[in-house]
Design a protein around this ligand. Structure first.
Ligand SMILES: *Cc1c(COP(=O)(O)O)cnc(C)c1O
Length: 496
């Protein structure tokens, strides 16, 4: 399987696509065709465990990787999840299910990809002949940074440095990063908000001068952000796995359509569901849920993507985003795989902050997706009402998806009778104050106290990785101005 850029001619192997991260023309790598999964293969996957299912799905795209190597890597990665299942499906009610993706080392769904990415990257470098040390730079609004640090800690031949905005992550997220263990890791707070932090990091990535200097030190840069195909591919697997679980527990018959509701920020998670559909998984509607930053809702409803709007900080910070970078991969498909059209729109977005798609593209978009957004009050109400009815606590991001799913299922014009799987992207204990407030009305300032009280109120088990944080020493305290990042990178590289 070859990979091509959404913006032009580049054509590479899977290993190169992952090692390189982003195409030279600034586009994203997409598979040349969508591999299909036959009914026989689906039947065979029914009896497999999660790691085996994931290896089968991954190998469809990464056929230059050795299958047994992939399988061993999946087994190792997913053995780090609590309860021995990386993606359990929980039945809530007739036709309503939760796909819990928060049982990994950092309690958010990004673990599903980032526990595996170190292997995919190292093997990608081996297969494509990259011999230098790899330096991974990550700008994070919270969850990606910690999951990447945990995934890459003490990995051979790799160093990782994470930058987070000094005023943009939750207390728990900050503590998770500041206490990170590992010899090859570094964490730096950057004065300013996430956009400023991200553009400062991007500057290093796009500077030929920096890249030359690093190369002379035997170092190449790579990215663990969700534009890397190595982040996307492992996410496709859990949609297959959820479907297979529905079949094997006799909730549905093989071939029945299932809807998925996904809390969306950078459009990576929901795009993986779309890829699963293109591979032949019987996916009905994809419900794209946003928070108060509802740019994607407007886009799916109107066909106009307009980022000239206010940015809100919400209680679901991992969805506070105005430029959903993975949307470019969907635009590529909607356009009938016209790189010129994709490039034109991305240029227009950069220059004017807005673009529109054609009517026939919008019709196709509407067939595939349905969108809704959930405000702050609605987030609190959804968590509260759902807990009252089902005694099931959910996090603030998941609540946005549940809210949208409920509206879809209740709408006379939208409801389709398909089972609905709501994708749960974080443990409620990752945002304990907000969830505690939603469930009980109590406003608790201290995160660990909130965890304790939430545990009493809900009886849900506290993830060990979060309760342990309290006693861990703080290793990273430094804050830097955004024009100092490259100097800090050099300091980190030169440190023995
Ligand atoms: C990253 C994240 C999201 C958004 O996922 P995208 O792939 O960026 O759309 C939603 N919820 C949580 C908890 C996250 O960490």
């Amino acid at each position: 399987m070859k990979f091509i850029s959404t913006r032009g001619g580049e054509c590479v192997t899977g290993a190169q696509a992952i090692a390189q991260g982003i195409a030279k023309d600034g586009g994203l790598f997409v598979p040349e065709t969508f591999p299909s999964v036959s009914e026989k293969e689906m039947e065979d996957m029914l009896t497999m465990n999660y790691a085996e299912r994931a290896a089968c799905v991954l190998h469809k795209y990464l056929d230059d990787y050795d299958f047994d190597g992939l399988k061993a890597a999946c087994e190792k990665a997913y053995s780090k999840f609590e309860e021995g299942d990386a993606a359990p499906l929980v039945k809530i009610d007739d036709s309503l299910y939760m796909l819990e993706l928060f049982h990994g080392p950092t309690c958010a769904f990004k673990d599903l990809a980032l526990t595996l990415l170190p292997y995919l990257l190292r093997e990608g470098c081996n297969l494509s002949g990259v011999k230098e040390q790899v330096l991974i730079l990550v700008a994070t609004s919270g969850d990606t940074g910690k999951a990447a640090l945990e995934g890459f800690k003490d990995a051979e031949g790799v160093k990782i440095m994470v930058f987070y905005p000094s005023e943009g992550v939750s207390k728990m997220q900050k503590l998770q990063m500041a206490t990170q263990e590992g010899k090859n890791v570094n964490v730096l707070a950057v004065r300013g908000n996430f956009d400023e932090c991200q553009s400062a990091v991007k500057k290093i990535f796009t500077s030929e001068e920096c890249k030359e200097e690093l190369k002379s030190k035997g170092v190449v840069l790579s990215s663990a952000n969700s534009i890397n195909f190595g982040r996307l591919a492992p996410q496709i697997a859990y949609y297959f796995s959820a479907y297979l679980d529905l079949v094997s527990s006799e909730q549905i018959k093989m071939g029945d359509a299932v809807d998925f509701a996904v809390p969306t920020g950078n459009f990576g998670n929901i795009l993986a569901a779309y890829y699963a559909k293109r591979m032949g998984l019987p996916v009905g509607k994809l419900i794209c849920a946003s928070n108060k930053n509802n740019i994607l809702t407007d886009f799916i409803r109107t066909g106009t993507y307009d980022k000239r709007r206010e940015f809100y900080k919400t209680m679901s910070p991992s969805m506070d985003i105005l430029i959903s970078s993975n949307l470019e991969r969907l635009l590529f498909e909607l356009s009938g795989r016209e790189p010129k059209r994709v490039k034109m729109r991305m240029d227009k977005l950069a220059a004017e902050g807005v673009y529109e798609i054609y009517d026939e593209e919008r019709e196709e978009l509407e067939k595939l997706f349905w969108a809704d957004f959930c405000g702050e009050d609605e987030t609190v109400e959804t968590i509260y009402e759902f807990f009252e009815e089902y005694q099931y606590p959910m996090d603030t991001h998941t609540a946005c998806a549940m809210y949208a799913a409920a509206n879809y299922m209740a709408g006379e014009e939208t409801k389709d009778g398909n089972p609905m799987v709501v994708v749960s992207t974080a443990s409620p204990y990752k945002f304990p104050q907000d969830v505690m407030y939603a469930v009980t009305g109590n406003d608790i300032k201290d995160s660990f106290k909130a965890i304790k009280h939430l545990n009493i109120a809900t009886a849900m088990k506290v993830p060990a990785s979060l309760s342990k944080l309290r006693d861990k020493p703080i290793r990273f305290k430094e804050t830097a101005d955004k024009d100092k990042l490259y100097a800090k990178v050099l300091e980190f590289i030169d440190k023995k």
